[in-house]
Design a protein around this ligand. Structure first.
Ligand SMILES: Nc1nc2c(ncn2[C@@H]2O[C@H](COP(=O)(O)OP(=O)(O)OP(=O)(O)O)[C@@H](O)[C@H]2O)c(=O)[nH]1
Length: 573
């Protein structure tokens, strides 16, 4: 076992010929226990010490810890002894939420098999199906793992039957575990070795590696995660990025265990990281191929670019922060290449960008990461979905309602239904609503099915007669009144009273269709501060000033920044 620090530079990875390497992903519906299983696998192989404090070790980002979800795929190399042989297992833990499916497809390109985790109580859910098909289409062996068998309501027999009905995988292939308690987790490791094939590649061929992920490190520049598909690379080698044709010298490379673990070389079949003095974020394109300067190779196919579904404007709170925010957005998009960025400007908000995301959660997480990891302060406009406008007087009127496409019974308690929806109906809060009306039982996944004609109009929101650009939305004509009324009511509840009365209006062109009034009020923060304690007064005024920083000033009205998204959610239904 290579665990002590002093081993680092002497680890000889050539001890792991490709036939003793396994590269696999853990995929599942959200919360079915991928990260918890990854914790147990890391503990059992000695990558981390065994303690009850190991909770979702691979979820490293602050946003992942706060929300309890995986946002970025993470890699860890494990050394595992099985029947007298030592194996190198490269594990990739992937996110479960539909918005981060792109991370899953990318991770699959670096693997030869997957563990498909299914909760023993919830059974097959929407992302179980979506992720199964990603792996199935990539022709990867799938090991079904039924997790949480320790739960009182666990019903592994029913879940095994579902897996057989829906995925055509024999029940005998399922492994029943409790990732929380560690029950049967050893069997999962054995199955990885026995059922997932080793990568078929040669260390004698020219070096060829796929960049499947990358990060920007403030001190060391770009850190690229690579899967080596042929040959070997060592410190000091001159490598070329096939995309730009630029040459770099390898400064550092190694495994992720899950922390960086420098080694002398990386070989075909291995997954690891490489630092090669790439300073500009555009230099490490995800999907790019790396090769040695003196041995050009045919580039790998790379990835289909992610298709943005939700668009929003992003602007610095203060225009003097434009350059800082630009560099933060560039660096974060390197870490999350599924975000599309275009320069934009607005009369009210100045210079900024129009960003495309895969869904609303993706957008919220990106915004939170900008604030937490890059200390940036941004204004985000109301998210919209892409439309194609036809400038013609005749338009067909089509119903905005969903059209059912098909329905399949998974078992006697669950049914899978397919609908055709307008994207703007599902993008903001459909998932939350579905969860709440089904008491958490229903799950949901979607894919793009193209453009359709609809009768849409632009609706403005005015505060004391002044349009608020961030809240301008495109709505279906028949829904305009209800949506406008609901938005005005929510704004009334969300905007703190100020020293003057505020009229909140929804308007189509010059016609006002809904109105609410926020009554005047003066918050005297010093009211409780009788007497002459000046330090206490200063403290209260400072607190008030800090509160104001979280506000966006529209005309003379302070609006809390989170209102711009929350106002679109249909909480009251
Ligand atoms: N009872 C029980 N709870 C479990 C088990 N495995 C995971 N959990 C719990 O289920 C919840 C979700 O677990 P995670 O490991 O974060 O799930 P995940 O699939 O990684 O979630 P995402 O990455 O957000 O998709 C956590 O509260 C875990 O403690 C298990 O075997 N038994």
């Amino acid at each position: 076992m290579f665990s002590s620090k002093s081993d680092k530079d002497t680890v000889d990875l050539s001890k792991f010929p490709a036939d003793r390497i396994r590269n696999f992903c853990i995929i599942a519906h959200i919360d079915h226990g991928k990260s918890t299983l990854a914790d147990r696998l890391l503990e059992m192989t000695g990558a981390i010490a065994k303690t009850d404090k190991n909770k979702q070790v691979l979820d490293k980002l602050q946003v992942e810890r706060e929300r309890g979800i995986t946002v970025k795929a993470q890699t860890a190399s494990l050394f595992y002894s099985h029947e007298g042989q030592q194996y190198l297992l490269n594990l990739i833990d992937t996110p479960g939420h539909v918005d981060f499916n792109y991370e899953v497809s990318r991770s699959l390109a670096a693997c030869q098999g997957v563990l498909l985790i299914v909760d023993a109580n919830q059974g097959i859910q929407a992302q179980t199906v979506a992720n199964f098909y990603l792996a199935f289409e990539a022709q990867l062996p799938i090991i079904p793992v039924i997790n949480k068998i320790d739960l009182k309501n666990a019903d592994p027999d029913r879940v095994e039957a579902q897996i057989e009905t829906v995925f055509d995988i024999p029940t005998e292939e399922c492994i029943r575990i409790s990732a929380k308690l560690g029950t049967n987790v050893e069997k999962v490791l054995q199955a990885v070795v026995d059922r997932i094939p080793p990568p078929v590649m040669s260390t004698d061929s020219p070096f060829k590696a796929l960049v499947f992920d990358s990060n920007f490190d403030h001190y060391r520049g770009v850190v690229a995660n690579i899967a080596v598909f042929g040959g070997q690379v060592r410190k000091g080698d001159k490598i070329v990025s096939a995309h730009l044709g630029k040459t770099y010298e390898v400064n550092e490379l190694g495994l992720l265990r899950p922390d960086e673990y420098p080694t002398q070389r990386l070989f075909a079949g291995q997954v690891g990281y490489i630092i090669a003095g790439m300073k500009d974020v555009k230099e490490a394109q995800i999907g790019d191929t790396l090769h040695l300067q003196e041995q050009p190779v045919e580039p790998l196919p790379g990835f289909k670019p992610a298709k943005a579904m939700v668009f929003a404007g992003m602007y610095p709170v203060d225009q003097s922060e434009y350059i800082g925010l630009r560099s933060a957005i560039e660096r974060l998009t390197l870490n999350d290449s599924s975000v599309s960025v275009q320069r934009d400007s607005s009369l009210a908000l100045g210079a900024g960008w129009r960003l495309g995301f895969l869904g609303l959660l993706h957008m919220e997480v990106f915004n939170q990461r900008l604030e937490q990891e890059y200390n940036a302060s941004v204004i985000v406009t109301a998210p919209t979905v892409p439309y194609k406008a036809v400038l013609s007087s005749a338009k067909l009127i089509k119903s905005c309602r969903a059209v059912q496409k098909n329905m399949v019974y998974i078992d006697d308690q669950r049914v899978m239904m397919k609908y055709l929806f307008p994207l703007n109906e599902i993008v903001v809060d459909f998932y939350d609503l579905l969860k709440s009306i089904s008491s958490g039982y229903a799950s949901f996944d979607y894919e793009n099915s193209g453009y359709q004609t609809a009768d849409l109009i632009k609706m403005d929101i005015l505060l004391n007669g002044r349009p608020v650009e961030e809240l301008t939305t495109i709505v279906h004509r028949q829904r305009a009144y209800n949506t406008g009324k609901a938005m005005c009511e929510r704004l009334k509840d969300s905007i703190p009273r100020q020293m003057f009365e505020i009229a909140v209006q929804a308007a189509i062109g010059s016609k006002v269709i809904a109105r609410e009034t926020i009554k005047a009020y003066r918050k005297n923060v010093l009211a409780k501060c009788y007497g002459g304690d000046i330090t206490r007064k200063m403290k209260l005024l400072k607190k008030q000033a800090e509160g104001k920083k979280k506000m966006r000033r529209i005309g003379n009205i302070d609006v809390p920044k989170d209102v711009f998204i929350s106002v679109l959610k249909r909480k009251d239904k």
